[in-house]
Design a protein around this ligand. Structure first.
Ligand code: ASP
Length: 328
């Protein structure tokens, strides 16, 4: 079995207007670079835990994705970041929610897992813990990008009550607005879930998963989605699989989506692919859950299903070139 890492940068609808191949290239290059960084950790004998931490940290630093720098705005024009991590070998886990000054939320989640006796910190307590642990603290404006601010203003103008824009599949388009000067992202920025995540299996057959997000544009202050909820947006267990999700967080929480894949494998003997497909294509759609997920098992099988038009995704086994894709 060759160690392998898979990553995602959100799922969503394909942008219909003015899609630029230059912008598409930017996304594919970023995904390739980040898969390669995760592969390098695994190739040097690093753990799955270190590989997913590295990949998610880089995804957080990349403004193309809705986590860390480039995170979406709440309805109050602020940022509230969530992240989680899980070690499949020990079932140890750490998560943080609702922070707005920790540069890399995934590093804080990992510190919670390794340096605290708890598993989940939120808000001011999470930030104080991250500070105590010596993590890099930034001004909240570090997370803001012009593209995300425009997105918030567009949503508030077009449909102020919409928090999850794609819940009902309705396009929120900039009606009557001149075409944006910036080239359009391959996946419609207003109809895309931009959470990032990584899953990996290392040379010892150990699994790990990590997920990080800015949440959803125009979300109510204090709202927490699935990303930091262990079992919903992140799960890892050496006996079954490692999973990271992106999509309508409320539905993933209601379906306990990530753990459900593991449970199907454990209790019914389903393969990784069959279990993930059942959750992604049957269970989540039954409550109008939309999005995607990435998963690996201890044998190195990988599955990257989604029920939207596209998902930013990539995968790489040690010694092989990264494979990245956006559309079906
Ligand atoms: N699942 C995330 C949330 O609900 C959103 C996303 O995937 O972008 O917060």
């Amino acid at each position: 079995m060759k160690p392998v890492i898979a990553i995602h940068g959100g799922a969503g609808a394909i942008a219909r207007d003015a899609m630029s191949s230059e912008k598409e290239r930017e996304y594919l290059d970023a995904l390739t670079r980040i898969v390669a960084a995760g592969q390098a950790v695994l190739a040097q004998g690093g753990s799955a835990l270190d590989a997913v931490t590295t990949a998610v940290r880089l995804l957080e630093d990349c403004p193309l994705f809705n986590a860390g720098h480039g995170a979406v705005f709440t309805s109050a024009g602020t940022h509230e970041l969530d992240a989680s991590i899980m070690d499949g070998a020990t079932l140890r886990t750490g998560a943080i929610a609702n922070v707005n000054c920790v540069r890399n939320p995934v590093l804080a989640a990992r510190k919670v897992m390794e340096e605290s006796k708890h598993v989940f910190f939120v808000g001011a307590g999470a930030e104080a813990f991250a500070r105590e642990q010596g993590l890099e603290i930034v001004d909240p404006s570090y997370f803001s990008t012009e593209a995300r601010r425009e997105q918030l203003l567009r949503v508030q103008r077009e449909n102020p009550d919409a928090a999850v824009l794609d819940h009902d599949g309705q396009a929120i388009v900039a009606r009557g607005q001149p075409a944006m000067a910036r080239p359009t992202d391959p996946l419609d920025a207003d109809k895309k879930f931009g959470t990032v995540g990584a899953v990996a299996v290392d040379a010892h057959g150990n699994l790990a998963a990590a997920t990080s997000t800015g949440g959803i544009t125009n979300k109510q202050v204090g709202r927490v989605g699935d990303a930091p909820i262990i079992g919903a947006g992140c799960y890892a267990n050496n006996r079954t699989c490692a999973v990271s999700t992106t999509g309508t967080g409320e539905m993933y929480i209601r379906m306990v989506a990530a753990y459900d894949i593991s449970a199907l494998m454990e209790y019914t003997g389903a393969t990784l692919e069959a279990a993930a497909a059942k959750v992604m294509h049957e269970k989540l759609p039954s409550i109008e859950g939309k999005g995607g997920l990435i998963a690996v098992d201890a044998q190195g099988n990988v599955t990257l299903p989604f029920n939207t038009e596209g998902m930013y995704r990539g995968c790489g086994r040690v010694g092989e070139a990264p494979a990245v894709a956006i559309y079906r």
